[in-house]
Design a protein around this ligand. Structure first.
Ligand code: XUL
Length: 515
């Protein structure tokens, strides 16, 4: 059996698979806000941070780990787990003093993880991916390395506020003493893996690429980026490796306390997006994942190593080898909700029947679908911009907003050079057949939804099985199955319509951003 963990923003989840029986044996989750209310983080982070700071308490993640394993061990025989792999929310970082390694290797099962590791922290709280406090540091790193395109060419992304390098620089600038006392900096992923292994674990390429520190050319820490970020950083970072090899054994803390076999091995943990790419069965180029959540994201395996010339998209490591892209769109459900409220309608107006009623208008009316600042394209929009050739009825406005969202995605993913063979849709709005059909039509590719919801934890479990010698594609064929009746074929009659709408959309966008 193989265990996959995902330490996300709001919860820590586990999925145990048994490939011999092709079954999921257990799946369990600890919700930080609900199950650990003492941390006063209802959504997994400390509310009301100042100056764009969004931090979480790493002790909360440790208590969640103890709680998850206690509850899992009551419901499953953990002695049969051969390998544990995992993922973490990307970009978040945890800071430790020189005592950390010794404390990890001497953990006492009679006490909790948090009580034994808290004195090793040099920074009480961890900046996470929602943090936007590092605009100044991004500008400094960019200038020092020689411009945005240089940072992007080396690391796969422009200097980005939430990325770990700029966050480390801000820590060094605001608290140089504590930075000086720091001898180990981990990502959320490598931190959780280290606790399980009882020793510091390396950082996986997939997740390491979200730091603005990893050189994607040679997959080593980039000396120029390290120097531009903070002093002596090379000594504080664990080495970068692939997550596909189980490098360590389980710590005796976990084998004694929760009945895991002492032969169980630990893989380096990856980021939640790379793990999701695995769990969505999308590690081969041509398969695209679109997640429709508060923000929308588009991610896909890359046919060749490339970076986004406009600097909006990111390149991370693909756990199966090569690279993946990740493109975030801030105005996802946020924009869909704004229009719903503006028109005083409910979600039924976005359902299949309602969208069918406006199908004569396909591609005729354009909307730049942004109710506020957007990151792809990066621009401070205030409200949507429309260019309608027909009268603006509520039905046409909804169709046009959704078309605008997917045209914007299609436009800003073109740099990857992917031929979209199939789209796997996930996230809250993906269950809506009307919206899903529009995705199929705009991209002219079939759309599927999967059975299993937690794709990151599932992906991690599949990584663990692969590290044991199982074939990844075979594992994905077993576990990443589309839900029955979830396949939607594109209406090929709309192929030309949306190709021409794409050109017009790009023109409207360019005109608006220039003006
Ligand atoms: C990716 C990103 C988020 C986090 C949290 O760049 O910031 O998707 O990984 O899930």
């Amino acid at each position: 059996m193989f265990l996959g963990l995902d330490s996300s923003t709001q919860s820590l989840s586990a999925i145990i698979i048994d490939p011999a029986s092709r079954k999921i044996i257990a799946s369990h989750s600890v919700n930080f806000g609900r199950n650990l209310p003492q941390y006063l983080s209802p959504n997994g982070f400390i509310p009301e941070g100042k100056n764009g700071e969004v931090h979480s308490n790493p002790l909360m993640w440790l208590d969640a780990l103890d709680l998850l394993f206690r509850e899992l061990s009551e419901n499953a025989d953990l002695s049969r787990i051969e390998i544990i792999a995992g993922s973490g929310q990307q970009h978040g970082s945890v800071y430790f003093n020189a005592k950390f390694d010794h404390s990890l290797s001497t953990l006492d099962p009679a006490q909790s993880l948090s009580s034994q590791l808290s004195s090793s922290l040099t920074r009480k709280t961890s900046p996470i991916w929602m943090d936007t406090s590092t605009g100044e540091e991004c500008a400094e790193i960019t200038a020092s390395v020689g411009g945005s395109s240089e940072v992007c060419a080396r690391s796969g992304s422009n200097a980005i506020e939430r990325f770990t390098g700029p966050q480390i620089r801000r820590f060094w600038k605001t608290d140089p003493d504590a930075y000086g006392r720091t001898s180990r900096i981990h990502l959320v992923s490598s931190f959780i893996a280290s606790v399980l292994a009882g020793k510091s674990m390396p950082i996986d390429f997939g997740d390491g690429a979200g730091m603005n520190l990893l050189n994607l050319g040679d997959l080593e820490w980039d000396a120029g980026l390290l120097n531009a970020t903070a002093p002596e950083l090379d000594r504080k970072l664990p080495p970068p490796v692939s997550c596909l090899t189980a490098l360590a054994g389980i710590s005796t803390y976990f084998s004694t306390k929760y009945g895991i076999s002492s032969n169980c091995k630990i893989c380096p943990f990856t980021g939640d997006n790379p793990a999701s790419l695995v769990g969505m069965g999308a590690t081969t180029p041509g398969q695209v994942v679109i997640s429709l959540g508060t923000s929308d994201t588009y991610f896909a395996a890359m046919p060749t190593a490339k970076t986004d010339p406009q600097g909006y998209g990111h390149v991370f490591g693909n756990p199966a080898g090569g690279f993946m892209s990740l493109i975030c769109f801030r105005n996802g459900s946020l924009a869909r909700e704004c229009l719903r409220d503006e028109l005083h309608v409910d979600w039924s107006a976005f359902e299949k029947e309602s969208l069918l009623a406006s199908s004569d208008s396909a591609g005729k009316n354009l909307t730049l679908p942004f109710y506020g600042a957007e990151i792809t394209p990066r621009y401070d929009f205030e409200k949507p911009v429309t260019d309608f050739t027909e009268e603006q009825t509520p039905g046409r406005r909804i169709r046009s907003l959704l078309e605008g969202q997917f045209l914007n995605m299609r436009l800003h993913s073109q740099w990857m050079g992917v031929t979209t063979e199939r789209i796997r849709l996930t996230g809250g709005a993906s269950q809506n057949d009307g919206i899903a059909q529009l995705v199929a039509d705009v991209f002219q590719a079939p759309v599927e939804r999967l059975e299993v919801e937690n794709s990151a934890a599932l992906g991690a479990a599949l990584i663990a099985a692969t590290a044991m010698g199982n074939d990844l594609v075979e594992m994905q064929n077993i576990y990443c199955k589309p839900a029955s009746n979830s396949l939607l074929q594109p209406n090929t009659e709309l192929g030309e319509v949306y190709s021409s709408a794409l050109g017009k959309y790009a023109k409207l966008l360019k005109m608006h951003i220039k003006s």
